[in-house]
Design a protein. Structure first.
Length: 111
């Protein structure tokens, strides 16, 4: 996914999950304690949430150290940047790189 999509998806997913689970956890655990009579229900609830997180982590692919599409590459020269763009394929274009001498973002380029 490209950088803006990654940030949007991460922020939406994070905020929705915090709202749903962080906001309702006290209510749910208080209801469970009242219903079951077991004062350790909040601990069981958190252990269940941790188990779900651990199982999820087992199935997520590691991306540390890999280049992310949509992020500007760290290069030493314009030629290296253009070579990377060619390797990325037709989706990425020269205008997406912050090259020296490039026009400011949002202004049309003249041929």
């Amino acid at each position: 996914f490209y950088t803006p999509v990654r940030y949007s998806a991460l922020s939406i997913g994070f905020n929705v999950s915090v709202s749903l689970f962080g906001g309702t956890t006290p209510l749910v655990t208080a209801w469970l304690v009242e219903r079951t009579g077991d004062p350790l229900v909040p601990a069981y609830y958190l252990m269940g949430a941790a188990a779900i997180g651990l199982v999820t982590m087992l199935f997520v692919r590691e991306t540390a150290g890999l280049p992310l599409r949509g992020s500007p590459p760290a290069v030493a020269s314009d030629a290296e940047a253009r070579a990377l763009l060619q390797a990325d394929g037709p989706v990425t274009v020269d205008a997406q790189l912050p090259l020296p001498g490039a026009p400011p973002v949002g202004q049309p380029r003249t041929a």
